[in-house]
Design a protein around this ligand. Sequence first.
Ligand code: FES
Length: 480
Amino acid sequence: MTAITLAPMGRRLEAAAGTPLRDVLFGAGVEFPCGGRGRCKGCRVRVVDGEMAAGAEDRVAFSPSELRDGWRLACRHAADGDVTLELAQWEMAVLGDAEDFVFAPRQGLGIAVDLGTTTIAAQLLDLKTGQVLAARTALNAEARHGADVLSRAAFAMADGADELTALIRTQIGAMVAELSSDARQIVVAGNSAMHHLFGGLDMTPLATYPFLPHQPETLHFAGADLGWPTDAAVDVLPCIGGLVGGDVLAGVMATGLAHQDGLVALVDLGTNGEVVVAQDGKMLCTSTAAGPAFEGARITYGMRAATGAIDAVDANGTYRVIGGGAARGICGSGLVDAVAAGLDLGVISPSGRLARDWTLSGDVVLTPQDVRELQLAKGAIAAGLKLLTARFGATPAELDTLYLAGAFGNAINRTSAVRIGLLRVAPERIVAAGNTALKGAKRALFQEMADFETLAKEIDYVPLNEEPRFQDTFAEEMGF
Ligand code: FES
C-alpha cells in the first residue's frame, strides 16, 4: 500500500501500488475536468513531499520551473510511493467564475453540497479565504431505489418517500460530520426531485402532469432538526420550475448567465437534460427527457466512466480505455465519440442506420439499438435547445457561448458532440463549465439567499410538452 496525504488538511488516503491517482483522488472529491485526458490541467497537483517523476505529458503541460516546483497532472500518474500533494483546484480563487461577483469574506466555515441524482459532492470552505479545506464525494444512497429521477419518484409515491428522505438526510449528515461539525452554514443544490426528497415534500406534483414542484422555494432547516451533529443553518436552493431545480439555478449564478453579452446557454446533459438560454437579461429554461444513454445505461455494453470503460474513440475508430487495461464496456463520452467515428467511417448512416453490430474492441460492440438510444438522448437535448433559441428569434448556431455543466459535460468531446448533432454550435464556443451546481452552492455561502430567489423568479420555465412543434423538432433532431 502507498499513502497519499492531501495538504493542507493532512487527509491521508491509502491505495494499492499502481492504482491510478485519478481513482484515488476522485473518491476524495477531486474533479477531473477533461475526464483525465491530460488536456485541461484542472487536476494539477504539486508534490510537496515524496517522489513523482515527471512524464511526457507533464513536460508538455508545465514549464521547466513548474516541473522543478513539483507540478504534475494527477490524471496521468498512479499511486507509486508515499507522497504529499497540494491540489490546485482546492486553492483556486474560489468564486471567480463570474466577473460581477465580489467575494465578501465571512468568519467561520461553510459547506457546499451538490446533491446529484447519482453522485453527491460536498466541500468544506474557509469563509474568510474562500479556500476549500476538504471535500467528500459519494454515490447517492437513494440510487438503490432507482437510478434516475423518475424511478426515484415512482418509489417515493409507492410509499417509499419517507425512506428516501431518511436515506439522503442520513448520508449527507454523515458527510457533514466528516467534514466539520463547526460549519455555520450548509447550502445544498439539487434538482427538483432531490430538493423535494431532501425536504420531505410531496413528490406527486413533480411526477404527474404538469410536472410542477409542490413547493419550489428555498428550504431552511437547522442542522439539529435533521438529526445532524451541527448547529449550522441548512439551506436548500429553490427550484426554477418543472424539473429544473436549484442545481441549474446554481449553474446560472456560477456562470453569470444573466449578465453576459449576446445569446448564451447553459446545458446540463443527463437523464433529465436541462437547458437555459439567456439574452439581455431575459432567461428561459426547460427540461427534456433524454433517457440514460449519456450515463451508459440501456446501452448493450454501457457502463459508468470507470476503469475498463472506453471513454474516447478517434475518427479512425481507435479507442482509449480508462485505466489502460482491456475494455469492459463503454461510457457516455465513448459512446458519443464512437457514433461520431461511425458516421465519419460510413459505418453509421446520417439517418442512424447501423447495418450490424460494430465491434469496437474484443467483446465490446455497438448495436443498432445503442445508436437508437443515443439518437433519443441527443434528439431531446437538441430539440430543447432549438425551441428555446427560437423564442429569441435565433438558432443554436447563433449562440455566442454554450456552457456545458456537470461531469459528463466535461468529459464529452466537443467536436464529437457537434458531429452527431447533439450541439449545433461551433466547438470553440462550447465551454466545459465543470460542476456548476457545486460552484453555485459555494457562491451561496457568500451571498444572500434572496439573490437566488430573485434569480429563480427571473427565469421563465417553458414546458416542452406544451410546445406544439416539439414532436416534429424532436424527430428532426434525432438524425445525424
Ligand atoms: S488534465 Fe488531468 S483531468 Fe484534465
